[in-house]
Design a protein around this ligand. Structure first.
Ligand code: ATP
Length: 387
């Protein structure tokens, strides 16, 4: 099986979609090169499926255009775009065998019987379902059903494969397996794939480039490495594993770095664009970038001189195999999430060391990150009384 070499690039030009007065997707500019694996990533309701459905032709655009090389395609109905689609609910025909489900699209095209048989067998081989060709979907596991859905899409040799959260109905282990599987099929057939997910790990591990959306607007487009190391704003950082997002004030900002203060802390961060002294900022730190040191252990001399030291008390410790997920709280009440190989216990007094170059500072903007945990999260009396 080979992919039909039917375009060099697909261009979304200022694509937008409104529902009533609400923008579900705004000004999406994206050029997809043949052979690329693109992930559309973002929280629920950010416009991922809307973007995919616009591309598929299931939703008309309210602004912009879509181009396949020099041909405008957003005016074409879905069936004339030649794209394959795989959705989370598979939508297999329950009364038809695996083989018939996969062959269905080819039969609709009235291809010669021998060609249908050959292409169907090749697609089933590719998704490794040869042993199950005679079974009905109800006799298959979730992962096997998802493979049938993939085979059914790729048997038509689509120029572009669109996938909308295809793994969300599967259990964690199967999801991991299918990630590898989808990436393998993408590579071996030289497919061009657009893949919608809200799972950053899935997106980072599968895609060549990611498009991060929020409230219908593109936040950043880049390779997994670019997004991981240089998130464009704190919303993207939050999605890329910067679980500690603290609202502080910048008191110094220049080429040498940024100093931020608040909640009894004074921290130094990497130089940041768009940040000025005197402005509210959001500071992002990954749990795995924080080093935990027992207080007064004598380890101070070994400390990184550029490290920010934050005294805190360990509150929660979860064992995660090789490391511990720790929640530690400062005297001013800020909670830090930390991942560490250090064995600590609730009640331990520790120093959290945050390397300055791992502390990213972003302009706060109009919105605020989720409030820092200043109090323990027990309900107040008034909340208890009102339930
Ligand atoms: N048919 C519709 N009519 C009205 N509003 C819609 C319609 N479809 C989507 N929306 C709205 O558009 C916005 C984007 O929805 P969309 O389904 O694209 O989000 P999503 O990122 O795919 O979310 P999820 O991950 O939950 O599927 C949401 O606010 C949603 O409520």
């Amino acid at each position: 099986m080979t992919r039909k070499e039917s375009f060099e690039q697909l261009r979304l030009d200022n694509v937008g979609r409104r529902f009533g007065g609400q923008d579900a997707l705004q000004d999406l500019d994206l050029t997809i090169r043949a052979g690329e694996f693109i992930a559309l990533l973002g929280p629920s309701g950010c416009g991922k499926s809307t973007a995919l459905n616009c591309l598929a032709g299931l939703l008309p655009l309210t602004s912009g255009s879509i181009w396949q090389d020099d041909k405008r395609i957003d005016t074409l109905p879905p069936e004339r775009r030649g794209f394959g689609m795989v959705f989370q609910n598979y939508a297999l025909f329950p009364h038809m065998t695996v083989r018939s489900n996969v062959a269905f699209g080819l039969q609709m095209r009235r291809l010669p019987k021998a060609e249908i048989a050959e292409r169907t067998a090749a697609a089933i081989r590719l998704v490794q379902l040869e042993e199950h060709v005679g079974k009905l979907p109800g006799q298959l596991s979730g992962g096997q059903q998802q493979r049938v859905a993939i085979a059914r899409a790729i048997v038509l040799e689509p120029s572009l494969v669109l996938m909308d959260e295809p793994l969300s109905n599967l259990d964690a282990k199967l999801r991991l397996e299918m990630r590898t599987e989808i990436r393998r099929i993408h590579q071996s057939l030289g497919l061009t794939t657009v893949y919608v997910t809200h799972d950053q790990e899935e997106a980072l591990s599968m895609a060549d480039r990611l498009v991060v959306l929020r409230s219908g607007q593109v936040q950043q487009i880049g390779t997994p490495e670019e997004l991981h190391t240089r998130p464009a704003n704190w919303h993207v950082a939050g999605f890329m594993g910067f679980r500690n997002l603290l609202e502080l004030d910048a008191t110094r900002a220049d080429g040498g770095g940024v100093v931020v203060e608040g909640h009894g802390l004074r921290l130094t961060g990497a130089p940041a664009s768009g940040v000025s002294a005197g402005e509210p900022v959001v500071v992002g730190v990954r749990p795995e970038d924080i080093v935990v040191q027992p207080r007064d252990s004598g380890a101070a001399s070994a400390r990184d001189a550029a490290g920010n030291e934050v005294p805190a008390t360990v509150e929660v410790v979860e064992y995660h195999g090789r490391e511990f997920a720790v929640e530690a709280r400062t005297r001013s009440g800020l909670a830090f999430h930390v991942k560490t190989p250090e064995r600590v216990a609730p009640g331990n007094e520790v120093t959290l060391v945050i390397p300055a170059e791992r502390l990213l500072v972003f302009p706060r903007g109009d919105e605020r990150p989720p409030a820092p945990a200043l109090e323990r999260s027990e309900p107040s009396l008034s909340e208890v009384g009102s339930t």
